[in-house]
Design a protein around this ligand. Structure first.
Ligand code: NAD
Length: 423
Protein backbone atom coordinates (compact mmCIF):
# COMPACT_ATOMS: atom_id res chain seq x y z
CA UNK A 1 0.00 0.00 0.00
CA UNK A 2 2.88 2.39 0.72
CA UNK A 3 5.48 2.44 -2.03
CA UNK A 4 7.70 4.92 -0.25
CA UNK A 5 11.06 3.67 1.01
CA UNK A 6 11.25 6.20 3.84
CA UNK A 7 8.16 5.12 5.83
CA UNK A 8 7.03 1.78 7.16
CA UNK A 9 3.40 2.10 8.19
CA UNK A 10 1.75 -0.41 10.53
CA UNK A 11 -1.90 -1.46 10.18
CA UNK A 12 -2.99 1.17 12.73
CA UNK A 13 -0.71 4.05 11.75
CA UNK A 14 -2.27 7.28 10.40
CA UNK A 15 -0.50 7.10 7.02
CA UNK A 16 -1.87 3.57 6.53
CA UNK A 17 -5.36 4.84 7.42
CA UNK A 18 -5.02 7.73 4.97
CA UNK A 19 -3.84 5.42 2.13
CA UNK A 20 -6.71 2.97 2.79
CA UNK A 21 -9.17 5.88 2.57
CA UNK A 22 -7.67 6.96 -0.77
CA UNK A 23 -7.91 3.38 -2.09
CA UNK A 24 -11.63 3.34 -1.29
CA UNK A 25 -12.32 6.38 -3.49
CA UNK A 26 -10.45 5.17 -6.60
CA UNK A 27 -13.50 3.40 -8.20
CA UNK A 28 -15.38 6.72 -8.17
CA UNK A 29 -12.74 8.88 -9.89
CA UNK A 30 -13.31 7.74 -13.48
CA UNK A 31 -10.52 8.77 -15.91
CA UNK A 32 -9.02 11.05 -13.23
CA UNK A 33 -7.86 7.88 -11.44
CA UNK A 34 -4.75 7.93 -13.63
CA UNK A 35 -3.51 10.79 -11.42
CA UNK A 36 -4.36 8.96 -8.17
CA UNK A 37 -0.75 8.11 -7.32
CA UNK A 38 -0.20 11.83 -6.76
CA UNK A 39 -2.43 11.54 -3.66
CA UNK A 40 -0.28 8.76 -2.22
CA UNK A 41 3.02 10.65 -2.30
CA UNK A 42 3.69 13.89 -0.45
CA UNK A 43 5.09 16.46 -2.86
CA UNK A 44 7.78 17.66 -0.44
CA UNK A 45 8.89 16.61 3.07
CA UNK A 46 11.37 18.65 5.06
CA UNK A 47 13.07 17.22 8.16
CA UNK A 48 14.92 19.71 10.35
CA UNK A 49 17.09 19.63 13.42
CA UNK A 50 15.98 22.18 16.03
CA UNK A 51 18.76 22.80 18.55
CA UNK A 52 18.13 25.23 21.43
CA UNK A 53 19.91 26.36 24.55
CA UNK A 54 17.88 25.35 27.61
CA UNK A 55 17.46 27.64 30.63
CA UNK A 56 20.09 25.60 32.55
CA UNK A 57 22.72 26.18 29.84
CA UNK A 58 22.57 22.69 28.28
CA UNK A 59 21.79 22.21 24.58
CA UNK A 60 18.92 20.02 23.40
CA UNK A 61 18.00 18.94 19.88
CA UNK A 62 14.42 18.39 18.68
CA UNK A 63 13.20 16.75 15.49
CA UNK A 64 11.00 18.99 13.32
CA UNK A 65 8.99 18.41 10.15
CA UNK A 66 7.06 20.29 7.48
CA UNK A 67 5.29 18.25 4.82
CA UNK A 68 3.62 19.77 1.75
CA UNK A 69 1.42 16.94 0.60
CA UNK A 70 -0.19 18.50 -2.49
CA UNK A 71 -0.10 22.04 -3.90
CA UNK A 72 -2.23 21.58 -7.03
CA UNK A 73 -5.03 23.86 -5.79
CA UNK A 74 -2.95 26.56 -4.08
CA UNK A 75 -0.40 27.22 -1.33
CA UNK A 76 0.04 24.64 1.41
CA UNK A 77 -2.17 25.04 4.47
CA UNK A 78 -2.15 23.05 7.70
CA UNK A 79 -1.27 23.16 11.38
CA UNK A 80 1.85 22.62 13.44
CA UNK A 81 1.73 19.97 16.17
CA UNK A 82 3.95 19.87 19.26
CA UNK A 83 3.62 16.38 20.76
CA UNK A 84 6.12 13.74 21.96
CA UNK A 85 4.71 11.10 19.55
CA UNK A 86 4.96 13.20 16.36
CA UNK A 87 6.68 11.33 13.50
CA UNK A 88 7.27 12.07 9.82
CA UNK A 89 4.65 9.46 8.97
CA UNK A 90 2.01 11.07 11.20
CA UNK A 91 2.73 14.51 9.72
CA UNK A 92 2.43 13.03 6.20
CA UNK A 93 -1.03 11.65 7.04
CA UNK A 94 -2.17 14.90 8.64
CA UNK A 95 -0.91 16.79 5.54
CA UNK A 96 -2.79 14.37 3.27
CA UNK A 97 -6.02 14.93 5.23
CA UNK A 98 -5.47 18.71 4.87
CA UNK A 99 -5.29 18.33 1.07
CA UNK A 100 -8.65 16.51 1.13
CA UNK A 101 -10.24 18.86 3.68
CA UNK A 102 -9.28 22.08 1.88
CA UNK A 103 -10.66 20.73 -1.39
CA UNK A 104 -13.82 19.38 0.31
CA UNK A 105 -14.80 22.91 1.41
CA UNK A 106 -13.39 24.39 -1.85
CA UNK A 107 -10.73 26.58 -0.19
CA UNK A 108 -7.97 27.70 -2.61
CA UNK A 109 -5.28 25.76 -0.73
CA UNK A 110 -3.24 22.60 -1.01
CA UNK A 111 -2.50 20.44 2.04
CA UNK A 112 0.45 20.69 4.43
CA UNK A 113 1.29 19.98 8.07
CA UNK A 114 4.21 20.38 10.44
CA UNK A 115 5.33 19.33 13.85
CA UNK A 116 8.04 18.96 16.45
CA UNK A 117 8.62 15.79 18.46
CA UNK A 118 8.45 17.41 21.91
CA UNK A 119 6.27 17.59 25.00
CA UNK A 120 5.74 21.37 25.17
CA UNK A 121 4.58 21.10 28.81
CA UNK A 122 8.17 20.25 29.83
CA UNK A 123 9.59 23.51 28.40
CA UNK A 124 9.68 26.94 30.03
CA UNK A 125 8.02 29.79 28.11
CA UNK A 126 11.43 31.09 26.98
CA UNK A 127 12.52 27.62 25.83
CA UNK A 128 9.23 27.21 23.93
CA UNK A 129 9.82 30.57 22.23
CA UNK A 130 13.42 29.71 21.28
CA UNK A 131 12.35 26.32 19.89
CA UNK A 132 9.49 27.88 17.89
CA UNK A 133 11.73 30.60 16.44
CA UNK A 134 14.47 28.15 15.44
CA UNK A 135 11.92 25.76 13.89
CA UNK A 136 10.34 28.65 11.95
CA UNK A 137 13.74 29.71 10.63
CA UNK A 138 14.55 26.14 9.59
CA UNK A 139 11.29 25.63 7.66
CA UNK A 140 11.43 29.28 6.45
CA UNK A 141 12.83 28.06 3.12
CA UNK A 142 9.48 26.52 2.18
CA UNK A 143 6.79 28.52 4.04
CA UNK A 144 5.40 31.95 3.13
CA UNK A 145 2.07 33.76 2.59
CA UNK A 146 1.90 32.49 -1.01
CA UNK A 147 3.73 29.17 -0.44
CA UNK A 148 2.62 27.45 2.73
CA UNK A 149 0.73 28.90 5.70
CA UNK A 150 0.97 27.10 9.08
CA UNK A 151 -1.65 27.32 11.87
CA UNK A 152 -2.16 25.89 15.39
CA UNK A 153 -2.83 22.20 16.07
CA UNK A 154 -2.38 20.00 19.17
CA UNK A 155 0.13 21.59 21.56
CA UNK A 156 0.38 24.94 19.73
CA UNK A 157 -1.64 28.14 20.14
CA UNK A 158 -2.04 31.80 19.15
CA UNK A 159 1.11 32.89 21.03
CA UNK A 160 3.21 30.33 19.15
CA UNK A 161 1.72 31.58 15.85
CA UNK A 162 2.67 35.14 16.93
CA UNK A 163 6.32 34.05 17.43
CA UNK A 164 6.28 32.27 14.06
CA UNK A 165 4.94 35.36 12.30
CA UNK A 166 7.54 37.58 14.00
CA UNK A 167 10.44 35.24 13.17
CA UNK A 168 9.45 34.92 9.52
CA UNK A 169 8.97 38.71 9.30
CA UNK A 170 12.39 39.40 10.88
CA UNK A 171 14.05 36.96 8.48
CA UNK A 172 12.40 38.43 5.38
CA UNK A 173 12.57 42.10 6.43
CA UNK A 174 8.85 42.89 6.21
CA UNK A 175 5.86 42.24 8.46
CA UNK A 176 4.17 39.21 6.91
CA UNK A 177 0.92 38.65 8.82
CA UNK A 178 -0.30 36.23 6.10
CA UNK A 179 2.43 33.65 6.79
CA UNK A 180 0.49 31.94 9.60
CA UNK A 181 -3.13 31.91 10.77
CA UNK A 182 -4.60 31.44 14.23
CA UNK A 183 -2.59 34.50 15.38
CA UNK A 184 -3.50 36.80 18.29
CA UNK A 185 -6.11 39.40 17.24
CA UNK A 186 -3.61 42.29 17.57
CA UNK A 187 -1.26 40.64 15.06
CA UNK A 188 -3.78 40.16 12.25
CA UNK A 189 -5.70 37.28 13.82
CA UNK A 190 -9.38 36.77 13.03
CA UNK A 191 -12.35 36.98 15.34
CA UNK A 192 -14.01 33.58 15.66
CA UNK A 193 -10.86 31.57 14.79
CA UNK A 194 -10.30 30.03 18.25
CA UNK A 195 -13.73 28.38 18.32
CA UNK A 196 -14.09 27.85 14.56
CA UNK A 197 -13.22 24.15 14.47
CA UNK A 198 -15.64 23.35 17.30
CA UNK A 199 -18.28 25.51 15.61
CA UNK A 200 -17.81 23.56 12.36
CA UNK A 201 -18.22 20.28 14.30
CA UNK A 202 -21.46 21.66 15.72
CA UNK A 203 -22.78 22.90 12.34
CA UNK A 204 -22.11 19.61 10.53
CA UNK A 205 -23.48 17.72 13.55
CA UNK A 206 -26.64 19.84 13.60
CA UNK A 207 -27.23 19.18 9.87
CA UNK A 208 -26.52 15.44 10.17
CA UNK A 209 -28.82 15.16 13.21
CA UNK A 210 -31.63 16.91 11.32
CA UNK A 211 -31.24 14.53 8.38
CA UNK A 212 -31.44 11.40 10.58
CA UNK A 213 -34.27 12.80 12.73
CA UNK A 214 -32.24 13.19 15.94
CA UNK A 215 -33.40 16.13 18.08
CA UNK A 216 -30.53 18.14 19.60
CA UNK A 217 -32.73 19.32 22.46
CA UNK A 218 -32.11 16.68 25.13
CA UNK A 219 -29.60 14.68 23.03
CA UNK A 220 -26.86 12.99 25.11
CA UNK A 221 -23.32 13.87 24.01
CA UNK A 222 -20.02 12.16 24.91
CA UNK A 223 -16.76 13.97 24.11
CA UNK A 224 -13.19 12.68 24.07
CA UNK A 225 -10.85 15.65 24.45
CA UNK A 226 -12.19 18.92 25.86
CA UNK A 227 -9.48 21.10 24.27
CA UNK A 228 -9.83 23.75 21.60
CA UNK A 229 -12.05 21.58 19.37
CA UNK A 230 -14.00 19.40 21.83
CA UNK A 231 -14.54 22.24 24.32
CA UNK A 232 -16.04 24.66 21.78
CA UNK A 233 -18.20 21.91 20.22
CA UNK A 234 -19.50 20.79 23.64
CA UNK A 235 -20.43 24.37 24.55
CA UNK A 236 -22.40 24.88 21.31
CA UNK A 237 -24.25 21.57 21.69
CA UNK A 238 -25.03 22.64 25.27
CA UNK A 239 -26.49 25.92 23.98
CA UNK A 240 -28.66 23.92 21.56
CA UNK A 241 -30.18 21.98 24.49
CA UNK A 242 -28.00 18.85 24.38
CA UNK A 243 -26.56 17.31 27.58
CA UNK A 244 -22.89 16.47 28.01
CA UNK A 245 -23.00 13.03 29.70
CA UNK A 246 -19.37 11.81 29.40
CA UNK A 247 -15.97 13.42 29.04
CA UNK A 248 -12.58 11.81 28.58
CA UNK A 249 -9.28 13.65 28.50
CA UNK A 250 -5.62 12.75 29.11
CA UNK A 251 -6.29 12.66 32.88
CA UNK A 252 -9.27 10.26 32.91
CA UNK A 253 -12.98 9.74 32.22
CA UNK A 254 -16.01 11.27 33.99
CA UNK A 255 -19.72 10.54 33.50
CA UNK A 256 -22.99 12.10 34.66
CA UNK A 257 -26.19 10.80 33.06
CA UNK A 258 -28.03 14.00 34.12
CA UNK A 259 -25.56 16.19 32.27
CA UNK A 260 -22.48 18.21 33.26
CA UNK A 261 -22.90 21.87 34.15
CA UNK A 262 -21.30 23.43 31.06
CA UNK A 263 -20.18 26.68 32.71
CA UNK A 264 -18.49 24.83 35.61
CA UNK A 265 -16.95 22.30 33.22
CA UNK A 266 -15.37 24.93 31.00
CA UNK A 267 -14.14 26.87 34.02
CA UNK A 268 -12.34 23.78 35.39
CA UNK A 269 -10.82 22.99 31.97
CA UNK A 270 -9.71 26.60 31.48
CA UNK A 271 -8.14 26.69 34.97
CA UNK A 272 -6.46 23.23 35.05
CA UNK A 273 -6.19 22.27 31.35
CA UNK A 274 -8.02 19.07 32.37
CA UNK A 275 -11.42 17.89 33.62
CA UNK A 276 -10.10 15.96 36.66
CA UNK A 277 -11.18 18.45 39.37
CA UNK A 278 -14.82 18.65 38.18
CA UNK A 279 -16.88 17.52 41.18
CA UNK A 280 -20.38 16.63 40.03
CA UNK A 281 -19.57 13.43 38.06
CA UNK A 282 -18.48 9.85 38.58
CA UNK A 283 -15.00 8.70 37.53
CA UNK A 284 -15.00 5.50 35.44
CA UNK A 285 -12.35 3.35 33.81
CA UNK A 286 -11.03 4.91 30.57
CA UNK A 287 -12.02 1.91 28.44
CA UNK A 288 -15.65 2.14 29.71
CA UNK A 289 -15.97 5.50 27.89
CA UNK A 290 -16.75 3.55 24.70
CA UNK A 291 -19.76 1.82 26.38
CA UNK A 292 -21.43 5.03 27.59
CA UNK A 293 -25.09 5.45 26.66
CA UNK A 294 -25.24 8.50 24.39
CA UNK A 295 -26.72 9.78 21.12
CA UNK A 296 -23.73 11.71 19.77
CA UNK A 297 -20.07 10.78 20.21
CA UNK A 298 -17.37 13.36 19.47
CA UNK A 299 -13.81 12.05 19.36
CA UNK A 300 -11.79 15.30 19.61
CA UNK A 301 -8.38 14.19 20.85
CA UNK A 302 -6.03 11.96 18.85
CA UNK A 303 -5.85 9.51 15.91
CA UNK A 304 -6.69 5.81 15.94
CA UNK A 305 -9.14 5.91 18.89
CA UNK A 306 -12.08 4.04 17.33
CA UNK A 307 -10.83 0.50 16.73
CA UNK A 308 -13.11 -2.26 15.36
CA UNK A 309 -13.59 -3.62 18.92
CA UNK A 310 -14.63 -0.22 20.26
CA UNK A 311 -16.82 0.42 17.19
CA UNK A 312 -18.82 -2.65 18.15
CA UNK A 313 -19.56 -1.19 21.59
CA UNK A 314 -20.39 2.42 20.69
CA UNK A 315 -24.04 3.27 21.57
CA UNK A 316 -24.24 6.61 19.72
CA UNK A 317 -26.27 7.05 16.52
CA UNK A 318 -23.96 9.80 15.28
CA UNK A 319 -20.16 10.10 15.46
CA UNK A 320 -18.71 13.56 14.77
CA UNK A 321 -14.97 13.40 14.08
CA UNK A 322 -13.56 16.54 15.68
CA UNK A 323 -10.09 14.96 15.75
CA UNK A 324 -8.12 14.05 12.65
CA UNK A 325 -8.07 10.34 11.84
CA UNK A 326 -9.83 9.03 14.98
CA UNK A 327 -11.44 6.02 13.22
CA UNK A 328 -9.53 3.06 11.73
CA UNK A 329 -10.80 1.91 8.27
CA UNK A 330 -12.02 -1.47 9.61
CA UNK A 331 -13.89 0.35 12.40
CA UNK A 332 -15.58 2.50 9.74
CA UNK A 333 -17.02 -0.71 8.28
CA UNK A 334 -18.23 -1.92 11.68
CA UNK A 335 -19.97 1.39 12.37
CA UNK A 336 -21.59 1.39 8.91
CA UNK A 337 -22.85 -2.19 9.41
CA UNK A 338 -24.33 -1.17 12.76
CA UNK A 339 -26.08 1.86 11.23
CA UNK A 340 -24.00 4.45 13.09
CA UNK A 341 -23.54 7.58 10.96
CA UNK A 342 -20.01 9.02 10.89
CA UNK A 343 -19.41 12.63 9.82
CA UNK A 344 -15.74 12.29 8.83
CA UNK A 345 -12.93 14.57 9.98
CA UNK A 346 -12.24 15.84 6.46
CA UNK A 347 -15.54 17.76 6.53
CA UNK A 348 -16.51 17.73 10.23
CA UNK A 349 -13.46 19.63 11.52
CA UNK A 350 -12.96 21.83 8.43
CA UNK A 351 -14.36 24.89 10.26
CA UNK A 352 -10.92 25.80 11.64
CA UNK A 353 -9.18 25.97 8.29
CA UNK A 354 -12.18 27.78 6.81
CA UNK A 355 -11.81 30.64 9.30
CA UNK A 356 -8.01 30.43 8.78
CA UNK A 357 -8.79 31.14 5.14
CA UNK A 358 -10.90 34.14 6.23
CA UNK A 359 -7.95 35.31 8.38
CA UNK A 360 -5.54 35.01 5.43
CA UNK A 361 -7.94 36.97 3.18
CA UNK A 362 -8.42 39.67 5.85
CA UNK A 363 -4.63 39.98 6.31
CA UNK A 364 -4.13 40.57 2.59
CA UNK A 365 -6.76 43.30 2.44
CA UNK A 366 -5.98 44.63 5.96
CA UNK A 367 -9.73 44.91 6.40
CA UNK A 368 -11.30 42.94 9.23
CA UNK A 369 -14.76 41.42 9.49
CA UNK A 370 -17.10 41.23 12.51
CA UNK A 371 -17.48 37.95 14.42
CA UNK A 372 -21.09 37.66 13.27
CA UNK A 373 -20.05 37.98 9.62
CA UNK A 374 -17.44 35.28 10.14
CA UNK A 375 -19.81 32.87 11.87
CA UNK A 376 -22.54 33.35 9.24
CA UNK A 377 -20.09 32.76 6.35
CA UNK A 378 -18.61 29.72 8.14
CA UNK A 379 -22.07 28.22 8.69
CA UNK A 380 -22.97 28.65 5.00
CA UNK A 381 -19.72 27.15 3.67
CA UNK A 382 -20.03 24.11 5.96
CA UNK A 383 -23.73 23.53 5.18
CA UNK A 384 -23.19 23.86 1.40
CA UNK A 385 -20.13 21.57 1.45
CA UNK A 386 -21.96 18.93 3.51
CA UNK A 387 -24.96 19.05 1.17
CA UNK A 388 -22.79 18.33 -1.89
CA UNK A 389 -21.09 15.48 -0.01
CA UNK A 390 -24.41 14.05 1.15
CA UNK A 391 -25.80 14.13 -2.43
CA UNK A 392 -22.66 12.32 -3.65
CA UNK A 393 -23.02 9.69 -0.92
CA UNK A 394 -26.67 9.12 -1.85
CA UNK A 395 -25.89 8.93 -5.58
CA UNK A 396 -23.16 6.29 -5.24
CA UNK A 397 -24.50 4.65 -2.03
CA UNK A 398 -21.20 5.23 -0.27
CA UNK A 399 -20.19 6.49 3.19
CA UNK A 400 -19.88 10.20 3.90
CA UNK A 401 -16.11 9.67 4.21
CA UNK A 402 -15.72 8.15 0.76
CA UNK A 403 -18.11 10.78 -0.62
CA UNK A 404 -15.99 13.58 0.90
CA UNK A 405 -12.87 12.03 -0.66
CA UNK A 406 -14.73 11.72 -4.00
CA UNK A 407 -15.76 15.40 -4.04
CA UNK A 408 -12.31 16.55 -2.88
CA UNK A 409 -10.20 14.24 -5.07
CA UNK A 410 -12.11 15.26 -8.17
CA UNK A 411 -11.29 18.93 -7.47
CA UNK A 412 -7.63 18.14 -6.71
CA UNK A 413 -7.07 15.90 -9.72
CA UNK A 414 -8.89 18.20 -12.15
CA UNK A 415 -6.54 20.96 -10.97
CA UNK A 416 -3.61 18.56 -11.46
CA UNK A 417 -4.74 17.79 -14.99
CA UNK A 418 -5.46 21.43 -15.89
CA UNK A 419 -2.07 22.59 -14.63
CA UNK A 420 -0.35 19.79 -16.55
CA UNK A 421 2.71 17.88 -15.49
CA UNK A 422 5.86 19.99 -15.36
CA UNK A 423 8.11 20.07 -17.40
P1 NAD B 1 -5.93 20.48 22.29
O1 NAD B 1 -4.50 20.27 22.61
O2 NAD B 1 -6.56 21.81 22.53
O3 NAD B 1 -6.85 19.42 23.08
C1 NAD B 1 -6.60 18.05 23.03
C2 NAD B 1 -7.52 17.35 24.03
O4 NAD B 1 -7.31 15.95 23.91
C3 NAD B 1 -7.26 17.71 25.49
O5 NAD B 1 -8.49 17.82 26.16
C4 NAD B 1 -6.48 16.51 25.99
O6 NAD B 1 -6.66 16.30 27.40
C5 NAD B 1 -7.12 15.38 25.22
N1 NAD B 1 -6.26 14.20 25.14
C6 NAD B 1 -4.93 14.14 24.86
N2 NAD B 1 -4.50 12.87 24.92
C7 NAD B 1 -5.57 12.11 25.24
C8 NAD B 1 -5.76 10.73 25.45
N3 NAD B 1 -4.75 9.87 25.34
N4 NAD B 1 -7.00 10.29 25.75
C9 NAD B 1 -8.04 11.15 25.85
N5 NAD B 1 -7.91 12.47 25.67
C10 NAD B 1 -6.70 12.94 25.37
O7 NAD B 1 -6.08 20.03 20.76
P2 NAD B 1 -7.16 20.47 19.71
O8 NAD B 1 -6.64 21.67 18.97
O9 NAD B 1 -8.50 20.53 20.36
O10 NAD B 1 -7.11 19.25 18.69
C11 NAD B 1 -7.79 18.03 18.94
C12 NAD B 1 -7.93 17.25 17.64
O11 NAD B 1 -8.60 18.06 16.67
C13 NAD B 1 -6.60 16.86 16.95
O12 NAD B 1 -6.80 15.62 16.28
C14 NAD B 1 -6.39 17.96 15.94
O13 NAD B 1 -5.54 17.56 14.85
C15 NAD B 1 -7.81 18.18 15.49
N6 NAD B 1 -8.05 19.46 14.84
C16 NAD B 1 -7.75 20.64 15.46
C17 NAD B 1 -8.02 21.83 14.82
C18 NAD B 1 -7.80 23.16 15.49
O14 NAD B 1 -8.19 24.19 14.93
N7 NAD B 1 -7.23 23.22 16.70
C19 NAD B 1 -8.55 21.84 13.54
C20 NAD B 1 -8.86 20.62 12.93
C21 NAD B 1 -8.61 19.44 13.61
Amino acid sequence: MSYLSYVNPTATSPWHTYLAQVDRVLPYLGPLARWAETLKRPKRSLLVDVPIEMDDGTVRHFEGYRVQHNLSRGPGKGGVRYHPDVTLEEVMALAGWMTIKNAAVALPFGGAKGGIRVDPKTLSRKELERMTRRYTSEIGIIIGPQQDIPAPDVGTNAQIMGWMMDTYSMNTGATATGVVTGKPIHLGGSLGRVKATGRGVFVTGREAARRIGLKLDGARVAVQGLGNVGGAAAELFGQAGAKLVAVQDHTGTLVNANGFDMADTMEVVKRDGAIGAYKDAERIDNEAFWDVDCDILIPAALEGQITPARANRIKAKLVLEGANGPTLPEADDVLADRGVLVVPDVICNAGGVTVSYFEWVQDFSSFFWSEDEINVRLDKIMVDALKKIWDTADRHKISLRTATFAVACERILVAREERGLYP
